[in-house]
Ligand binder design. Structure first.
Ligand SMILES: *[C@@H]1O[C@H](CO)[C@@H](O)[C@H](O)[C@H]1NC(C)=O
Ligand SMILES: *[C@@H]1O[C@H](CO)[C@@H](O)[C@H](O)[C@H]1NC(C)=O
Ligand SMILES: *[C@@H]1O[C@H](CO)[C@@H](O)[C@H](O)[C@H]1NC(C)=O
Ligand SMILES: *[C@@H]1O[C@H](CO)[C@@H](O)[C@H](O)[C@H]1NC(C)=O
Ligand SMILES: *[C@@H]1O[C@H](CO)[C@@H](O)[C@H](O)[C@H]1NC(C)=O
Ligand SMILES: *[C@@H]1O[C@H](CO)[C@@H](O)[C@H](O)[C@H]1NC(C)=O
Ligand SMILES: *[C@@H]1O[C@H](CO)[C@@H](O)[C@H](O)[C@H]1NC(C)=O
Length: 766
């Protein structure tokens, strides 16, 4: 989805449809076929390592349980990402399947997941004389990034293969387009839409939403010069790893992403030989065993494939984060320091900076009458400028203030223009706070924050004849408060695994400029930049491929690092201050915490050389899963194709003791002490090096790091340390045993040398 408004409306719309559909099914038709994912026990005697054997076995199960032709019911067999299959079943079949002895779960799979909708490389410090690309001579050469999304726009110049080498020998994928479309940049393209219909499944993986083209070009688009968007010169565009190869897996269409397709997409991407997978898809927060992205990506991790996944666009409320398995890099969205500025000057002299992509050429900046039709704001429809609420006599020749929401800003512009308005101000409500974006408005306009909207409305109320001018300033850099965490970015802690702190990191996700198919641009733009269509989209969807691209660069420099080591490198080097050196703020312009931004904002230059990493072996994840108390069958389905385990015989790792680069500490009782263990690996430049611990926590704790210095004598040497937390009630101010008013306390641990500072945020849960 390309913007906050579309996101909200589409999801809402879809929700209504689904609710209606299940109502009809429940009442009218017990025989209706619905999609399910069926998981099975590892079965002796059936060797599912051969996909054909697995499929034959699954079809025989289907045939005996449903008494129907299995070809009509079978969707996919999985033998790597999961031990099971996707099939179309009636409610009766589901009952019968429950009695099948090898069956462990029957997970409904009709609720689609959602897509979460170039200046960027410059903002991240990749370009320029001392930038990453020049300094390291690393643009992701030889690395393959797999993008699970809505397909790709064939022939877009971002996917041209000038200067691209052939794919590495390990590449096993293929291209469902004809040969003229795929090349050394776009080396693979597959459609995985069987869960919807077989007809769709056999269509080429053409992007029908714009989303897949945007995310793929953000990760690995090649250089395209002289980009202009609606007359605004935007310079050169490229992805983060412009020399990496791309493989796209179309697992979504306009209606969303079906879970059986997503599961299959992962299996194909890993089998084909991708090094990094970027997936800008999220569902609601669900238990790990039924979370297809978490289940499928374990197979990726087993094969050393890094996975970057979106945190979701359900912020800013707490515990909205999706994709929270610890082996994923969970990515939130932040703003950039660029605006296409449109300034509102009020009659009282106040100047307010807003945004508009449409920068009219011959617009007079003279003062015009200003009106907020809703007056006191109680008529919600008029405050939103819905069609029919604008009195032509009242708005003619004026600048009209419209609140953000319900319909898109572009449609509001059409309504204002139709009613004779001369200009428009889109004012955020409290829901959007400081989130503004540059839209291709149909008339001179400016999108301003909720705080600025209040100032404008206060001014209108304060005077009989309010006036304002709109001043167009074009592209402006060095905004205050950049980066900041955007309102839509989903927040932690995760409901299912709270002590695995999430999100992990934030990256650019607001007004990201990248490739789009011509039809995904707004009407005003269509036709103007037909051959080089680039457009802005916002969402954690846009942040995710930035991190996928950065992981590709780290992997290129450190081919032997595990996905967890790459993840740790990205996280412990993240920065928590903005471009002015102040703490990064959230959507309310208050300092952001680890639940908003995880480790902080990604810094690719530092991620290449983190000094120490918190590495995690796949076996540790298995001990962690057992520690969560999952049933053996569910653990075994997640870890497939690793050999099955019995949790009773596994030495479990409690959630907070997993060797994660973020530290969560559960504090219980009045005199609680808690010891947290971690192990770091020396991956720095020097074999002999001594790190000193620096630790802070915001209140009421005595803390001790043991040992407080780590002396390494060789590269790749590991050292384990312990942090003792002891609750000191005397420090708490509220008296012995008082319940803290805030259930969280924040802090950080840094391992420091002259060259490195390896940072882990800490959260104490009371
Ligand atoms: C190849 O695919 C492209 C895009 O789908 C299409 O425009 C072109 O006509 C196709 N060429 C052949 C030879 O089928
Ligand atoms: C494109 O950009 C290059 C370098 O920035 C410049 O020399 C050239 O004139 C530009 N071409 C067009 C058509 O604007
Ligand atoms: C978010 O939190 C606010 C305040 O706590 C609450 O009023 C609102 O309903 C929540 N929104 C959602 C979508 O849960
Ligand atoms: C300038 O304004 C005139 C009339 O208002 C319009 O027809 C013309 O397209 C505008 N020119 C530009 C470059 O926007
Ligand atoms: C507001 O608009 C909605 C739909 O556009 C309509 O159903 C409702 O009656 C309107 N409310 C008022 C107060 O006009
Ligand atoms: C507003 O409503 C009128 C009457 O239904 C319709 O003709 C017009 O196209 C609508 N305007 C917009 C911008 O949708
Ligand atoms: C903590 O101490 C207070 C005051 O002594 C007591 O009321 C409370 O029950 C204690 N809580 C626990 C969990 O021990």
């Amino acid at each position: 989805m390309n913007s906050l408004p579309m996101d909200q409306y589409k999801i809402f719309f879809l929700f209504l449809l689904l609710a209606f559909a299940s109502y009809v099914i429940a009442n009218d038709d017990q025989k209706k076929l619905q999609n399910y994912i069926v998981t099975l026990k590892p079965t002796d005697g059936v060797d599912i390592s051969n996909p054909k054997t697995a499929e034959t076995w699954h079809k025989s199960i289907l045939s005996s349980v449903t008494n129907d032709d299995p070809e009509l019911r079978h969707i996919y067999s999985y033998n790597k990402v999961s031990n099971g299959f996707a099939a179309r079943l009636t409610e009766e079949d589901v009952e019968a399947m429950k009695d099948y002895p090898g069956c462990t779960r029957i997970i409904p799979a009709d609720q689609p997941l959602q897509l979460m909708t170039t200046h960027t490389p410059h903002f991240l410090g990749l370009q320029g004389k001392n930038g990453f690309w020049r300094r390291t001579k690393n643009m992701g050469e030889g690395i393959i990034i797999g993008v699970l999304d809505s397909g790709i726009s064939p022939g877009h110049p971002s996917f041209a293969d000038k200067d691209m080498p052939s794919p590495p020998a390990k590449w096993k994928g293929h291209c469902d387009f004809n040969s003229t479309v795929c090349n050394n940049k776009l080396i693979g393209a597959k459609t995985m839409l069987k869960a919807g219909s077989d007809e769709k499944h056999h269509k080429p993986p053409i992007d029908t939403t714009g989303h897949g083209t945007h995310t793929a070009s953000t990760a690995a688009g090649t250089f395209v010069n002289n980009i202009t968007v609606l007359g605004n010169a935007m310079g050169k565009a490229s992805g983060i790893a412009p020399r990496a190869h791309l493989a796209v897996y179309k697992v979504c269409d306009e209606l969303g992403c079906q879970t059986p397709d997503v599961l299959k997409g992962f299996e194909e991407a890993v089998n084909d030989g991708c090094d990094v997978i970027s997936i800008s898809i999220a569902g609601p927060s669900v238990p790990l065993y039924s979370d297809v992205i978490s289940v499928a990506s374990f197979y990726a991790i087993l094969n050393g494939v890094f996975v970057s996944a979106g945190a979701g666009n359900s912020g800013p409320n707490a515990s909205t984060v999706a994709n929270s398995a610890p082996w994923l890099l969970t990515v939130g969205a932040s703003t950039m320091d660029r605006q296409i500025r449109s300034t509102v000057e009020l009659g009282n002299g106040l100047k307010i900076n807003g945004e508009s992509l449409y920068q009219p050429m011959n617009w007079t900046s003279k003062m015009l009458p200003l009106v907020y039709v809703a007056g006191d704001g109680t008529n919600a429809n008029a405050s939103q400028c819905l069609n029919g609420t604008l009195d032509k006599k009242l708005v003619h020749g004026k600048i009209v203030v419209c609140d953000y929401g319900l319909i898109t800003p572009n449609l509001k512009g059409a309504i204002v223009r139709e009613a004779g308005g001369a200009g428009m101000i889109i004012a955020n409500t409290e829901k959007e706070w400081y989130f503004t974006q540059a839209d291709a408005h149909l008339l001179p306009a400016s999108h301003v924050s909720s705080a600025d909207g209040i100032k404008i409305k206060d001014y209108i109320r304060s005077t009989k004849q309010p006036i304002a001018a709109l001043l167009f300033k074009g592209l402006v850099h060095h905004n205050k408060f950049s980066p900041s965490i955007t309102v839509m970015s989903s927040r932690g802690p995760s409901l299912n695994t709270p002590l695995t702190l999430k999100p992990d990191i934030v990256g650019p996700g607001v007004s990201v400029l990248a490739a789009v198919p011509p039809y995904a641009t707004p009407p005003r733009i269509l036709g103007q930049e037909k051959y080089k269509s680039f457009y802005f989209m916002s969402g954690t969807s846009m942040a995710t491929p930035h991190l996928g691209g950065i992981a590709a660069l780290v992997k290129k420099s450190h081919p032997d690092w595990s996905p967890s080591a790459i993840k740790s490198a990205i996280m412990t080097t993240a920065h928590v201050t903005d471009t002015d050196g102040n703490p990064i703020v959230d959507h309310t312009q208050s300092p952001a915490n680890v639940f908003d931004m995880g480790a902080g904002h990604v810094d690719p230059n530092k991620a290449l050389d983190p000094g120490l990493v918190y590495d995690i072996d796949y076996k540790d994840y298995i001990s962690y899963l057992c520690g969560l108390g999952l049933e053996d069958a569910d653990v075994n389905n997640i870890i497939t194709p690793a050999p099955p385990v019995e949790c009773a015989k596994v030495k479990v790792i409690p959630e907070e003791q997993l060797n994660y680069p973020l530290i969560a500490v559960p504090i219980e009782g009045n005199t609680s002490t808690m010891a947290i263990y971690r192990t770091v690996t020396n991956v720095g430049k020097a074999a002999k090096v001594t790190y000193k611990a620096a630790i802070t926590v915001s209140r009421g704790m005595s803390i001790e790091v043991v040992p407080s210095t780590l002396k390494f004598t060789s590269l790749n040497e590991k050292k384990t340390f312990k942090i003792n937390f002891k609750r000191e009630d005397g420090d708490r101010g509220a008296g012995l045993g008082a319940v803290p008013t805030n259930p969280f306390s924040f802090g950080e641990l840094k391992w420091i040398t002259d060259s490195y500072s390896v940072r882990s945020p800490i959260v104490l849960f009371y």
